[in-house]
Design a protein around this ligand. Structure first.
Ligand SMILES: [Zn+2]
Ligand SMILES: [Zn+2]
Length: 150
């Protein structure tokens, strides 16, 4: 169960600029956009994530993303997203096996657009299970452990 800890929080969605809503999931706080279905996960939480893709988090991300992310509406930011915490530019990072491009602030955390996190979780699970995959266990490792290591 994910608990909503605030509505209309202090941070703005990098994608659609609405206020993010904070949720407490698996012991850490994530900032979710109820409008576009994206999620911002801070670096501490991301490091936790790499140990075990939190089922509640994946459920939350899946729920938020339901029906979203196919067609971006007007007013959304298409490129050069800004970090919701520090406003610096987010760096796009491609995860080939998950077929997604996530957006990373080295200082604060990672933005997942709608439905990206469940895809990354699936790719990560495949890699962990040792099945042949086009990727890059190492990619996730690098991303979640290297880049996020403060
Ligand atoms: Zn949004
Ligand atoms: Zn930042």
């Amino acid at each position: 169960m994910a608990y909503r800890t605030s509505a209309g929080g202090q941070y703005g969605c990098p994608r659609c600029l609405r206020n993010l809503t904070s949720y407490l999931v698996g012991g850490f706080e994530v900032d979710a956009c109820l409008t576009c279905g994206g999620l911002f996960i801070d670096n501490a939480a991301s490091q936790e994530l790499v140990r075990a893709f939190d089922r509640e988090l994946v459920v939350l991300a899946t729920t938020l993303g339901f029906g979203k992310g196919e067609a971006l509406g007007p007013g959304v930011v298409l490129r050069n997203l800004s970090c919701p915490r520090c406003s610096a530019g987010l760096h796009p990072v491609t995860l080939p096996s998950a077929a997604v491009e996530i957006d990373v602030c080295a200082y604060d955390g990672t933005w997942f657009d709608a439905n990206e996190l469940p895809k990354v979780a699936r790719a990560y699970r495949r890699a962990r299970e040792g099945r042949p995959t086009d990727m890059a266990k190492d990619t996730l490792g690098e991303i979640f452990e290297g880049r996020f290591r403060g």
